[in-house]
Write a protein that binds this ligand. Structure first.
Ligand code: GDP
Ligand code: PGA
Ligand code: MN
Ligand code: MN
Length: 613
């Protein structure tokens, strides 16, 4: 029989009691939890209180049962390694569904099923799916608890790893439950790894199911995720809620939920500017969020690294917050020479997933140091030496850490900040220049809608294959993307002083396949130009695709980029751009009549400019 009492025999003894709150929302919350428990049949229900003691107990239990490996506390205090099932390493776009009433509302870029039909499909999967396990009830807030732009949710999950991750990535606690009890609206999210245990069954370190569903019901504001323990599929507050569901809320309520980092740039005179940037997964958001400028006098403070919510304010400007409380960052490529801020952030209190383990109880991944240790245990638990023909860490291995721990974090990172500029980017080996400024808001929306990027390991698919990823939101927009383009255009009428829009590309390659631009800290040179554009201090020249820097105006002092490479970084080849325009037209056509006329007009204008240049 199920009880709400915690197990007396493990580290979680003494935690998990149901909080006693009264109020109009309390009964509804209880009834929902009861309903999910009826369906999934867990052995126990644990109400997560969010205290540090409880987090520690949860970790202790996972170490005891083999879910986590404790790293050497002398090397990396309070830090742990999880190794996933080899087939559960990334987001699964092919298993992600937007189940709006009307198929047209999901649009051609999302998988769709009718809500009733999808409920009939997943109900049998969830029936009894938590048998033999504890169901955790995790109340969370996106944005600081009670904040003016914040949104609440509850995740029930049978994954302690998910509970610990949510604890790092969001604000979890009984003050959230209290707000819900008082009647504050909240979003219902249900997660099961889909691996029930029969009495006497031994558990595995990473339970999951071959069958996976990540399902969103935007009309009833619900998320149901089955079969995967991986971050983006299991931390439902993040991609599922703060992007897919929140984008729908934003459409209906006049704001934007975006796949963007958020930083404050401070120039040598001490003037501060807030910049948001949308790049697809594994295309440099966390790195830019932690940028350490190589040019003297400039500083960057981190506000967020993955998600930004933007609302028009009373002062005629857009205001932005990072709704998350932690970073779920790509480990490979993170090292002293690329992202020293991240390396410093990761000193302790980190939950690593799928990185390699060193012989002395620490972690390693490709790019952490120039040379690999002589021996490692790889992400799948196998012996590894540098002559192995496979990476030691999975290319999408991750760190999960509290945002407050970044040395670069802004003092006011939990508050909304006015937005000065928006950047769009992607991984483009060809065509797209290092930086280009939009002519105006409408042209900026056009640039966002045309973003394409080479696939990365952050989701399933062929790495390197070019695909459309407008606004870096292709996997995350909870409604028809053509309507989303229209919403962006409309947002342009909601502020007197709109952020200026730019497109950047750190990833252009030469014929020999090497990156033309050194990237990382050197990206501060591009940021410097962007900020001086805002100040009216830097020149630009009109090109067919937008405003380009006058090369002498880019601060390149002390940088060793050959003249030819620089020329190539800004080369605009008319034939390639006409081909690009053709692909954009074909992409727009997949949405039929729903694409805003203003964007079709932008495309025509681009073609005209390219032809007459
Ligand atoms: P996110 O997933 O968008 O947050 O991307 P990350 O910042 O985690 O970076 C993803 C990968 O791209 C990592 O391997 C980084 O080392 C690499 N990366 C980030 N910024 C740059 C850059 O400016 N140039 C190059 N060449 N690689 C970069
Ligand atoms: P990323 O976040 O954008 O930092 O890669 C995870 C994801 O988008 O899956
Ligand atoms: Mn992301
Ligand atoms: Mn990131």
């Amino acid at each position: 029989p199920r009880t709400t009492a915690p197990l007396a025999t493990d580290a979680l003894a003494g935690f998990g009691a149901q909080p006693a709150y009264d109020g109009p929302g309390a009964a509804e919350l209880l009834a929902w939890v009861e309903e999910i428990a009826e369906l999934t049949e867990p052995d126990r229900i644990h109400w997560v209180s969010g205290t540090p003691d409880e987090h520690d107990a949860l970790i202790a239990r996972m170490v005891a049962d083999g879910t986590l490996i404790a790293l050497d506390p002398q090397k990396r205090p309070n830090s742990y390694l999880a190794r996933s099932h080899p087939g559960d390493v990334a987001r699964l776009e092919s298993r992600t569904f937007i189940c709006s009433e009307d198929e047209e509302d999901a649009g051609p870029t999302n998988n769709w099923a009718a809500p009733d039909e999808m409920r009939r499909t997943i109900q049998p999967l969830f029936r009894g799916s938590m048998r033999g396990r504890t169901m955790f009830v995790v109340p969370f807030s996106m944005g600081k608890v009670g904040g003016p732009i914040s949104q609440l949710g509850v995740q029930v999950t049978d994954s302690p790893y998910a509970v610990a991750s949510i604890g790092l990535m969001t604000r979890v606690g009984e003050d959230v439950t209290r707000l819900i009890a008082e009647g504050t609206p909240w979003v219902r999210t249900v997660h099961s790894v889909g691996a029930p245990l029969a009495p006497g069954d031994a558990d595995v370190a990473w339970p999951c199911n071959d069958e996976k569903y990540i399902v969103h019901f935007p009309d009833s504001l619900e998320v149901w995720s089955y079969g995967s323990g991986y971050g983006g599929n299991a931390i439902l507050a993040k991609k599922c809620y703060a992007l897919r569901i929140a984008s729908v809320l934003g459409r209906d309520q006049g704001w934007l939920a975006e796949h963007m980092l958020l930083i404050r740039v401070i120039d040598p005179e001490g003037r501060a500017y807030q910049v948001a940037a949308a790049f697809p997964s594994a295309c440099g958001k966390t790195n830019l969020a932690m940028l350490r400028p190589t040019i003297p006098g400039w500083r960057v403070e981190t506000l967020g690294d993955d998600i930004t919510w933007i609302r028009p304010g009373d002062d005629g400007r857009f205001h932005a917050i990072n709704p998350e409380a932690g970073f779920f960052g790509v480990a490979p490529g993170t090292g002293e020479s690329t992202n020293v801020t991240a390396v410093e952030t990761l000193w302790g209190n980190v939950l690593f997933t799928n990185v390699a383990l060193t012989d002395d109880g620490d972690v390693w991944w490709e790019g952490l140091t120039d040379e690999a240790p002589e021996h490692l245990v790889d992400w799948q638990g196998q012996d590894w030496t540098p002559d192995a023909d496979r990476p030691a860490a999975h290319p999408n291995s991750r760190f999960t850490v509290s945002a407050a721990q970044a040395p670069s974090i802004a003092d006011d990172w939990e508050e909304a900040v006015p937005l000065d500029a928006i950047l769009f980017g992607g991984r483009r080996a060809t065509n797209v220049p290092l930086v280009v400024e939009a002519f105006d808001w409408e042209h900026g929306v056009f640039l966002g809608s045309t973003i394409s990027s080479e696939r990365t390991a952050a989701a399933e698919g062929v790495v390197g294959e070019l695909r459309r990823d407008p606004f870096a939101m292709m996997p995350f927009c909870g409604y028809n993307m053509a309507d989303y383009f229209g919403h962006w255009l409309e947002m342009g009428g909601k502020a007197e002083r709109l952020p200026r829009v730019f497109q950047v590309n750190w990833f252009r390659k030469g014929a020999d396949g090497r990156f033309l631009w050194p990237g990382f800290g050197e990206n501060s040179r591009v940021i410097d130009w962007i900020i001086r554009r805002l100040q009216g201090e830097a020149e630009a020249v009109d090109s067919p695709i937008g405003r380009l820097p006058v090369v002498d105006d880019l601060n390149l002092s002390g940088l060793d980029v050959p003249e030819e490479d620089l020329a190539e970084l800004f080369d605009i080849d008319p034939d390639s751009w006409l081909a690009e325009a053709q692909l954009t037209e074909e992409f727009y056509d997949t949405f039929g009549e729903r694409v805003p006329g203003a964007l079709r007009a932008q495309l025509d204008a681009l073609r005209d400019r390219v032809k007459t240049a």
